[in-house]
Design a protein around this ligand. Structure first.
Ligand code: SF4
Length: 109
């Protein structure tokens, strides 16, 4: 009888340890997953080109004269009406690259 009780005690202790480790691993995985999701969402928001566009007004009442409903939203990513607002680049800067990256490419050529 004592042997059975001892075996149950050992198995129970191992089970609790494994359960605690599983819960901790799940929490760590969940935190890392959430950080990864947040990072990819922020990266996507940085692809919105409106702040570098000629048609962006900077006025919250009418953000864009061409596409007022999609300005500053994810719909604006890849907008066909995008025109670079910096005359230094002659409208050549692309939507997905910041101007300094475009300057680097021009210098290389
Ligand atoms: S034209 Fe397109 S890229 Fe330019 S501000 Fe309007 S929605 Fe944004």
């Amino acid at each position: 009888m004592n042997v059975i009780a001892l075996a149950l005690h050992i198995v129970g202790g191992v089970g609790v340890t494994v359960g605690i480790c599983a819960v901790l691993l799940f929490c760590v995985w969940r935190v890392l997953y959430t950080i990864q999701q947040g990072t990819s969402y922020v990266r996507r928001l940085h692809q919105i080109p409106c702040s570098r566009c000629t048609y962006f007004t900077g006025d919250y009442r009418l953000k864009c004269a061409v596409n007022p409903m999609s300005a500053l939203t994810e719909e604006a990513i890849g907008c066909g009406d995008y025109v670079c607002n910096s005359p230094a680049y002659g409208g050549l800067c692309s939507q997905d690259k910041m101007p300094y990256q475009h300057i680097k490419e021009l210098v290389k050529q």
